[in-house]
Design a protein around this ligand. Structure first.
Ligand code: 9WN
Length: 460
């Protein structure tokens, strides 16, 4: 399929779904849909879930296969690694040799190579969304998806149990992370304070970045000093053989992640519904308990002065104070009473966020445009990410905030009308940033534009 012509620099809405599907097809190796070529040539954990949601709009079986492929990389502990490497492509740093997971722990799979950290658990949300579409569509494909769900359910359950057991052994209701990459918002100012305490060892093995070759505008990617810290943390993880307990006993980056915890609460709701459909009452109770625990954890992180949820540096006890989109985590998991929800949505719609006078359209910037550290081009420090807008749009629908959801959806689709399907966008003028033809951007556009819109939002 060739991409439809861009009319006067803007894609007509009708042609956008076709163009987005063409992006996914171009990024498809036949086995995985790469996030972007050549910047991200492997399978990333949370990208794969968004991508599967997009694929489901035109090829349900392919959507299932995408998640199956990701779960082939699942560790014996249940962890779904943040990258499952394509053995044929050496074009990403840090690659499998640098992670050396299988060499250092028997928990990592030996038949394929992965990274040794994880990303937000959006997978159960994606599975439920795919199932909704399948039910809506009916026929053979729906039967296929039904059988597939039975098969993927225990893998999802093992993944959720991993997060509870290893990322929150004290049962606080907040998941802890060992690397900013685990949050999916790598370079967000959420983590500045945590990273400022990471001292890079003199014995950091030399390395060569590949991302800055592909995205030559350095201002759009993390800085060298930041990258050194990211890569150094891998060395720390290697030294403890990727053992979570040993890492959290002394590792130099340790934080609770409110956004990941909120996603986890919502994902447990989704998985509990699937467990119910599969008639597994004990697991329904277990998963509902997790959902409640993590919802409560997120609520306990809400700063009463800013109304936003805050991450905590576990090494200093300090709460994050920079207003980033992650602060709206309570919308993702639900649980606010109506006046609290009203207040949070009013903040979202205010000039600090979606109504900021310089925004080209009312999107959600990764960092508040009014924040001191806001940088409109810098990675996770200001630009808007369509995939995050989609997640929050789904959450707003689930919370009954239809008007704000529609505003966010329409604003994002307007920006996407340039046909670039970029990784992220300058929220002040809609310029595409990072890499073009990013799969999760195309995927969320497809979900929004899907003609058979599933009845339920992905987040419920
Ligand atoms: C590191 C693939 C991934 C996304 C992350 C995004 C970015 C990687 C990088 O790309 O992270 O994992 O090299 O910057 O921050 O959210 O999953 O699209």
């Amino acid at each position: 399929m060739s991409a439809p012509a861009v009319v006067a620099g803007r894609l007509p809405r009708a042609g956008m779904a076709e163009a987005a599907a063409a992006v996914l097809r171009r990024n498809d190796t036949g086995r995985i849909v790469r996030p972007a070529v050549p910047l991200y040539p492997h399978q990333w954990s949370w990208d794969a879930a968004f991508i599967a949601v997009g694929l489901a709009t035109f090829d349900l079986r392919r959507a299932c296969a995408e998640l199956d492929e990701l779960f082939r990389g699942q560790w014996r502990t249940g962890m779904v690694p943040h990258i499952v490497f394509d053995p044929t492509d050496p074009g990403y740093f840090p690659g499998p040799d640098r992670w050396a997971c299988a060499e250092l722990t028997a928990d990592a799979p030996s038949e394929l190579r992965t990274s040794g950290i994880c990303q937000p658990p959006v997978h159960a949300l994606a599975v439920e969304r795919i199932l909704d579409r399948a039910v809506h569509r009916g026929g053979d494909d729906a039967r296929h998806v039904g059988a597939w769900a039975v098969n993927i359910y225990p893998k999802l359950l093992a993944w959720h149990r991993y997060l509870v057991d290893r990322r929150d052994p004290a049962g606080t209701g907040l998941l802890r992370i060992c690397h900013g990459w685990e949050s999916g918002m790598d370079n967000s100012p959420r983590w500045d304070e945590c990273y400022s305490r990471v001292v890079v060892g003199a014995d950091l093995p030399a390395y060569e970045r590949l991302d800055t070759v592909v995205v030559p505008r350095q201002s759009q990617r993390p800085r060298a000093q930041e990258y050194d810290r990211y890569v150094w943390l891998i060395e720390e993880l290697k030294r403890v053989g990727y053992d979570e307990e040993r890492y959290f006993a002394g590792g130099s980056f340790q934080a609770t992640d409110v956004f990941m915890s909120a996603i986890f609460a919502a994902a447990n709701d989704s998985l509990a519904r699937l467990a119910g459909a599969l008639e597994r009452p004990q697991e329904v109770n277990e998963l509902r308990r997790y959902a409640d625990t993590y919802r409560r954890g997120v609520m306990s992180s809400v700063d009463p002065h800013t109304f936003l949820a805050a991450d905590r540096n576990l090494l200093t006890g300090e709460l994050g104070s920079v207003p980033t989109c992650a602060g709206f985590a309570p919308l993702v998991c639900g649980g606010l009473d109506s006046s609290e929800q009203h207040r949070l949505v009013a903040l979202l719609r205010s000039p600090r966020w979606m109504s900021h006078p310089q925004l080209t359209a009312p999107v959600l910037a990764s960092t508040s445009p009014q924040a001191r550290g806001f940088r409109r081009h810098a990675y996770w420090r200001g630009p808007t990410w369509p995939a995050m807008n989609w997640l929050f749009e789904q959450a707003l629908v689930a919370r009954g905030e239809h008007e704000t959801a529609a505003q966010l959806r329409e604003a994002t689709l307007t920006i996407l009308g340039d046909g670039s399907f970029a990784e992220y966008y300058d929220p002040f003028n809609g310029d595409p940033l990072g890499t073009a033809e990013h799969s999760w951007t195309a995927a969320v556009a497809l979900d929004w534009l899907g003609d058979e819109k599933a009845a339920q939002p992905a987040v419920q």
